[in-house]
Write a protein that binds this ligand. Structure first.
Ligand code: HEM
Length: 422
């Protein structure tokens, strides 16, 4: 499963020959469209904290809504400097951010901001931190002391699983709010601490997850949907069904059990990301080494408990992650160029229903649609805005996709199933 990928210039060329011609003249330059301007980010891409890949994916494409979702006041100021030096985008460029839906969406964000729905929720965050750290410490104690290694393994697995979602919230800069230092620096510090606890490298996570957010389910660009050769989503396409090998023809049956390896796979990817960037990433390598040393110390002589912990945390993570995107539409470059962020989110995200308890137990990933629309909003406000989002979808004729966890798993199985197409 997995690995990065590039949308790049070929996608633009397929989508719009006129823009491809402009691009050919600009050769190696990279331009993104922001607020109706064609912004040259060729030099900036090397130092952009969000990485260069997002610019290649958004080459000559309107990225205004994506920009607004991820940036602090500092970044907005920087971007305004770029706008002053930029010319209007060619008339042929689709500008979804200026469509009626795009403007309506901006109005909804402004309304939420004015209503204080981007303000921090300290008690919620304290609660989330407690339900992450308490099971991890209690679990490690039970394992190390030998009191109940298997019970300890289950508690540790649950804590590590939730830790992933909590680190995710901090790294989206959705917890601390205020000055740029508070919004960016302190969220990052907590993201690094929780990333260390969980044993993932933050740089790897950012590269993977931020790309997934800005181009959700885009074929060739979103790293999260690259599940072949283990899982090949058929989605009712006879050609794909016919091309499945003998092993893949069992995929709808092994999809649920195979979820246990997702965490191990990501772990390897994270280690490889750091190893390939040595010696520059030596501090990160040492941090990962320290994490694994602690795990080895805690689980020394408890191989069964270690295996149980690894499989359970993997299963919980995999089943939740797959429930919210993988069975949904896959979009290609031509589809997305004129699409607003809300339309794209509607086609590619599914909420897990069940109310507050399910939200807590899934680290609020269950409110996937709201999270993708407002990634910097504290999770404590996501339930509050749900009715507004539903009303917005209804007004614009969009489908609000949701189902309980079993229904979401079935949705995935349906998208993998092939027999009926042969
Ligand atoms: C000239 C335009 C841009 C400027 C000046 C800019 C600047 C920045 C800065 C300063 C950050 C660090 C976080 C912050 O201070 O908010 C950042 C992060 C990021 N940017 Fe940009 N950016 C630009 C365009 C874009 C575009 C077009 C996209 C997506 C299509 C994008 C995606 C991201 C992402 C995903 C992050 C990571 C957020 C995180 O740290 O979690 N940026 N950018």
């Amino acid at each position: 499963m997995g690995g990065g990928g590039d949308a790049g210039a070929q996608h633009v060329a397929r989508a719009d020959p006129a823009l491809a011609e402009i691009q050919r003249n600009d050769c190696k330059s990279v331009f993104v469209v922001l607020y109706g301007k064609r912004v040259d980010v060729t030099r900036f891409q090397k130092t952009h904290p969000g990485g260069s890949k997002v610019f290649r994916i958004f080459q000559d494409r309107d990225a205004t809504e994506q920009f607004e979702s991820y940036h602090s006041a500092r970044a907005i100021k920087m971007m305004e400097g770029f706008l002053k030096k930029s010319e209007d985008a060619p008339a042929a460029t689709p500008l979804p951010s200026r469509s009626e839906m795009g403007k309506d969406f901006k109005a909804m964000i402004d309304k939420h901001r004015a209503a204080g729905l981007y303000d921090p929720c300290p008690l919620d965050e304290l609660f989330k931190l407690t339900i992450v750290l308490a099971p991890i410490f209690a679990g490690l104690y039970l394992v190390k002391s030998g009191l109940s290694p298997l019970c300890g393994a289950l508690l540790t697995a649950f804590g590590f699983y939730l830790d992933g979602w909590l680190a995710h919230d901090y790294l989206h800069h959705s917890v601390f709010k205020g000055s740029v230092a508070q919004t960016v620096t302190w969220n990052n510090v907590m993201g690094y601490v929780l990333g260390f606890v969980q044993g993932y490298d933050v740089g790897w996570w950012r590269a993977r997850h931020n790309t997934h957010h800005v181009c959700t389910n885009e074929d060739g660009s979103d790293p999260d949907i690259k599940t072949a050769p283990v899982l090949v989503y058929v989605r009712g396409t006879p050609k794909i069904a016919q091309a499945l090998n003998r092993f893949q023809r069992y995929q709808q049956y092994y999809y649920v059990p195979v979820m246990v390896i997702l965490d191990m796979y990501w772990r390897l990817e994270s280690l490889a990301y750091v190893a390939m960037r040595l010696p520059a990433m030596m501090p990160q390598a040492l941090a990962l080494g320290a994490h694994y040393a602690i795990i080895a110390w805690a689980f020394y002589g408890q191989a069964r408990a270690l295996l149980l912990m690894t499989l359970v945390r993997g299963f919980l993570t995999g089943i939740v992650v797959f429930a919210t995107h993988y069975g949904e539409d896959i979009l290609d470059a031509a589809d997305v160029r004129g699409m607003t962020l809300v339309e794209q989110t509607a086609k590619t995200s599914r909420n897990i229903t069940g109310g507050w308890l399910v939200n807590v137990l899934t680290g609020f990933i269950s409110l996937q649609t709201e999270h993708h629309l407002f990634p910097m909003m504290p999770t404590g406000h996501l339930m509050t805005i749900q009715p507004d989002v539903r009303a917005f979808f209804k007004k614009h004729g969009l489908e609000y996709r949701e189902g309980n966890l079993v229904e979401c798993v079935k949705q995935n199985i349906k998208a993998l199933a092939f027999e009926h197409l042969l």
